[in-house]
Write a protein that binds this ligand. Structure first.
Ligand code: SF4
Ligand code: SF4
Length: 233
């Protein structure tokens, strides 16, 4: 794979080519040193892998998630994990230890339950691809929340994007209104706003378990995602 490297000082082109050839919609590159060292596992850069969700499948969601959406959600997560793994293996082949963070993984953190080993959306806003909505979802500038993400952490050299620091939700409150669990507080995000000031992850999870148990054992909802006007056709 070494022949993929065209740029002299960084891996942007080669990783973008590799990621897209494997099915990624877009890749973003961020300097993550703004985060405490333990939150970034000592790494300097984040590579964000974006895969768009199917418009056709999301358009079927009305009052509750569908089985098709649940299957699609899992398939896209698996695809992202494959892409992240291939990118991390490629970087390791070039001499840079790297970690592929799974697309969907919760770790046991007493200070922040229902969070992953590294928050994909933090890498995504630092790479300049979008902002965090009132819903606490990542809102891609073109595709809205209709994406799934993965991250590779590495010290391989990259040219990085310009971080997004403010919400572009404006006066919209569609996700706040639609949430049946009343889990979304309605605040506007800015860089550094903790997730629990935007929405109550426990309330959201409990509602899904209680009401959508018959669909993917209560692992998905998606109502705030499909209500968002950004990226909706
Ligand atoms: S996923 Fe569903 S329950 Fe959770 S915040 Fe969004 S709309 Fe509310
Ligand atoms: S629905 Fe409106 S308020 Fe909610 S995340 Fe999307 S743009 Fe922001």
């Amino acid at each position: 794979m070494k022949e993929l490297i065209k740029d002299d000082n960084n891996f942007n082109d080669s990783i973008t080519t590799l990621g897209k050839s494997l099915g990624a919609t877009q890749l973003g590159f961020s300097d993550i040193t703004i985060l405490p060292e333990n939150k970034r596992m000592g790494f300097i850069y984040g590579i964000t892998i974006i895969v768009r969700l199917s418009e056709g499948i999301l358009n079927q969601i009305e009052d509750e998630p569908t089985q098709t959406y649940f299957s699609h959600y899992r398939s896209v997560n698996r695809l992202i994990d494959q892409i992240s793994l291939r990118i991390s293996l490629f970087l390791e082949e070039q001499g840079y230890p790297s970690i592929a963070i799974p697309a969907s993984q919760s770790v046991s953190d007493p200070d922040d339950a229902f969070t992953g080993a590294f928050q994909h959306k933090t890498g995504a806003v630092l790479s300049g691809l979008g902002w965090i909505g009132r819903s606490a979802l990542f809102i891609h500038e073109n595709y809205g929340p209709r994406v799934r993400m993965g991250t590779v952490l590495t010290n391989a050299p990259f040219q990085v994007g310009i971080p997004v620091t403010q919400s572009s939700c404006g006066s919209c409150r569609s996700c706040v209104t639609v949430c049946p669990a009343m889990a979304i507080e309605g605040r506007l995000w800015k860089l550094g706003t903790p997730r629990n000031e935007l929405y109550d992850a426990f309330r959201c999870s409990q509602y899904m378990k209680d009401v959508f148990q018959h669909i993917g054992r209560g692992a998905v909802c998606g109502l705030c995602m499909v209500a968002c006007p950004v990226g909706k056709k």
